[in-house]
Design a protein around this ligand. Structure first.
Ligand code: AMP
Length: 318
């Protein structure tokens, strides 16, 4: 069982880690902006401490910082009594209480999530949302070289959704019943945004969300995402499979990815960017995004694939 006070355990550990400087965290500014063209809203933070985070390929071969997590960062060695996952603070957080669910046995970040891993992450989100009704949580999984991932040891991440901010997937799924996609019914996709993404609403009652249901949601979206890569292989033969998974208590979303960083501005994205949560390391790029939020939809499109809303699926997709 995940402890009922898990949110408090994370918050206490984060405070201690900040006091002992075990986490590297400096947030200088944060603003919510709206792109008048697409109507997309973004939560934009200036976090220069992210410059110290090792990027993809920068961790020395044979070095596995997530396996050897620091005691000052480790919240629970065994998150739910199964021994599968530990809960550890992110050393380079994007926000307070940013934590990681890391497999205790080594697994590869390129591998699909297991139904057990997905379900534990979902249960953790529900527990944390219930513990403090003013907070909502988002789980992400960055998989593949263009996904914005930086560590090869399998891990999911858990962040608090900024207060007064709602990812666009909330609006997209609002009032919609849960369904599994098939040839007749594609996953939900918001036509306003530039990039392809596949979203399924989850049942409103969390007790109805069991391991089988989550596995069916994830694998059907994963199959949709993988066939998407097949469709693009003719045009870009050296394309490597990369995607982001995002999940709240209410919905699950997959985003196929083509690049980590935009060419036109010094901003990179992992799954958080595709919820509209932008983390920017330098003041100049931060100012540019605040001045012209419409640029973000272009950048997200550059690092993903074109939106396919309204395009009929074919027999390969499911
Ligand atoms: P990703 O970038 O999606 O692969 O997530 C890996 C996360 O691990 C990043 O957000 C890093 O900030 C975090 N990280 C890197 N080194 C450590 C470490 N030694 N302890 C805890 N977290 C770390």
């Amino acid at each position: 069982m995940i402890p009922a006070t898990v949110s408090q355990l994370v918050a206490d550990k984060f405070q201690q880690a900040q006091a002992s400087e075990s986490v590297v965290f400096k947030k200088l500014d944060a603003k919510n902006v709206k792109d008048p063209k697409s109507g997309m809203r973004y939560s934009v933070s200036l976090v220069p401490s992210l410059s110290e985070k090792p990027e993809f390929g920068q961790t020395a071969e044979g070095d596995d910082p997530l396996a050897n997590s620091e005691p000052e960062l480790t919240v629970l060695e065994d998150l739910d009594g199964s021994g599968d996952l530990k809960l550890v603070l992110n050393k380079y957080p994007v926000t307070e209480n940013h934590s990681l669910l890391i497999t205790n046995k080594f697994k590869n970040q390129l591998d699909a999530l297991s139904p057990e891993e997905l379900t534990t992450a979902y249960r953790l989100v529900c527990k944390m949302d219930n513990e403090d009704e003013n907070k909502r949580h988002l789980v992400i999984y960055n998989s593949g070289p263009a996904s914005g991932s930086s560590q090869f040891h399998k891990h999911l991440q858990l962040v608090e959704i900024p207060r007064n901010f709602s990812p666009f997937q909330d609006v997209l799924t609002n009032g919609k019943d849960h369904f599994l996609p098939n040839l007749k019914q594609e996953p939900l996709q918001d036509g306003k945004v530039s990039f392809a993404h596949f979203v399924l609403p989850l049942p409103e009652d969390a007790d109805e969300v069991n391991e089988d249901l989550l596995a069916m949601c994830y694998f059907s979206l994963l199959q949709r995402t993988l066939t998407f890569f097949q469709d693009w292989l003719n045009e870009t033969p050296d394309l490597v499979k990369s995607y982001n998974l995002l999940m709240t208590k209410n919905w699950i979303c997959l985003v196929p990815r083509s690049a980590i960083k935009a060419k036109t501005l010094n901003v990179g994205f992992n799954a958080l960017g595709y919820a509209g949560i932008l983390l920017i390391k330098d003041q100049e790029s931060f100012d540019k995004v605040i001045e012209n939020p419409a640029v973000v939809n272009e950048l997200l499109g550059e690092c993903g694939f074109p939106n396919t809303e309204g395009v009929k699926p074919n027999e390969y997709n499911y």
